[in-house]
Design a protein around this ligand. Structure first.
Ligand SMILES: [Zn+2]
Length: 141
């Protein structure tokens, strides 16, 4: 999939904590090895029991739009041709405590609505250091 945002738009900064999430090509969430809580974004500490050890579990990639915003004002020159665009907050079907931000890439922003089912789709982009970054985006389900 080509990028939804303009070519050259910033990529996430990859570090040891988020590398699996942004490079695996799978929708992975952290699961605490002590209490089983799942969480996103990846963090050092479990939100529930404060343990610091995690496994990665793969989510189905299906969810629903929990909330969204339509961006009309280009906050950067690179976005002048991109606006209007939607930014959606997706609640995962199999891990409803988790919500992930992204773009709904195949739907006109005027058709975005809370409750619409979506599925994950990955954009593959080569980072500055040559590492492939897989950005979770969303398509109508
Ligand atoms: Zn825990």
């Amino acid at each position: 999939m080509s990028r939804y945002m303009p070519e050259g738009w910033n990529l996430p900064e990859i570090d040891d904590l988020n590398r699996q999430f942004f490079t695996s090509g799978k929708l992975l969430v952290q699961q605490c090895t002590e209490c089983g809580t799942v969480q996103h974004l990846p963090e050092d500490v479990c939100h529930d029991c404060h343990a610091m050890t995690f496994d990665w579990v793969e989510a189905s990639g299906n969810g629903t739009i929990y909330s969204y915003v339509i961006v009309h004002h280009p906050v950067h020159d690179m976005l002048r041709e991109r606006v209007p665009y939607g930014v959606i907050l997706v609640q995962l079907d199999d891990y409803p405590s988790i919500r992930i931000v992204g773009n709904l890439v195949d739907v006109d922003p005027s058709e975005i609505a809370i409750g619409k089912p979506v599925s994950v789709s990955f954009e593959e982009v080569e980072g500055a250091d040559g590492e492939m970054v897989t950005i979770p985006q969303w398509v109508a389900a």
